[in-house]
Design a protein around this ligand. Sequence first.
Ligand code: FAD
Length: 353
Amino acid sequence: MIAVIGAGPAGCAAAIMLARGGRRVLLLERQAAARESVCGEFLGADAAAALAELGLDPSALGGVPLARARVGWGRREAGFALPFAAWGLPRQVLDGALRDAAMAAGADLRSGVAVQGAEPGPDGWTLRLAGEAIGARQVVLATGKQAFRGYPRVGAPPGALGLKLHLAGVAAGDAVTLLPFAGGYAGLQPLPDGGANLCAALHGEAGTAARDAAGFLARVAAGSALGARLLDGARPCWDRPLAVAGVPYGFRAAAGGPPGLFRIGDQAAVIPSFTGEGIALALHSGLAAAAAILAGEEAARFQARWRRRSAWPMRWAGLGAWVLRQAPGAFTGAAAVAPAARLLARGTRVSRC
Ligand SMILES: Cc1cc2nc3c(=O)[nH]c(=O)nc-3n(C[C@H](O)[C@H](O)[C@H](O)COP(=O)(O)OP(=O)(O)OC[C@H]3O[C@@H](n4cnc5c(N)ncnc54)[C@H](O)[C@@H]3O)c2cc1C
């Protein structure tokens, strides 16, 4: 039996392919049901390609097609057509569909179960759950942003704060809008039932001033005339933004690790948000880990290969995030935004690596 810990995009992708490959799969998820999590909810061509392999289609799931991107910084703004198809899809919908697909493929999904530890032994692995121990031949670690006890992300950089707020009264159109502000940058895009999702990565002290909905909106609006215009009249759908602290952007798991332990998704690499596509990376890492397990490959070999495969997307996304963090003050060339974004979109594509 193969135990997959965490039923986010990475864990579900691995579980679906392993179950389809005839393996007995136990998928363990601590949430009782799929729910919203901190995420910009942007799905690009890379994610769509992986979802197609899993039998899912963002349009059929109700994703809002996105045709354009915009950036606003200070008084400046620039816009361009996206060089690939893209969608906005709430995480609750995406994660729910992936979990359903995992069960349909034959994986045994146990929800509402937090795995507390995993220890290797001579005959495989023992997972510790509340009042229970489970044996598994191999373990796929897909717990995402959350650290998993006993398996720290060695060398992870200081974490950023992620915030997400659904808004009514915002006309986001058919665009994903990047809004840099002092201490971070946000992405705004439409929701399927109207309104918009505002999601941001904040660095250093910036997060403390933005933990309530009004403070968050004010912070983003102060960064650009475009942000102020778009958020004027926005009504938060929740009292407070969803928050996740300690997001170690730039982390990549070392090659190696204990036999039989496959780290995927954010447990393998945390790509900067909005300039890279974390969901695509997570889905593709799940597909790659499943293929490796089905081929009888050792975990250390898979880990080394995935580290190499994620290197260029991580570098490009890191560069893009650095540029965004210099705004709103430091860069001025609106004409350079579209070619730079196209270059970034090509450089961060993991399915090409
Ligand atoms: C601010 C921000 C904005 C982002 N915007 C985007 C975007 O627009 N587009 C994009 O592609 N990516 C975006 N990302 C990145 C994306 O959210 C992640 O890369 C992606 O969710 C990683 O998938 P995963 O399956 O590895 O982890 P997750 O999606 O985090 O899933 C992990 C799962 O494991 C479960 N779990 C955790 N611990 C345990 C345990 N002990 N036992 C059992 N279950 C457990 C969790 O409940 C969760 O369901 C963003 C990230 C941030 C922080």
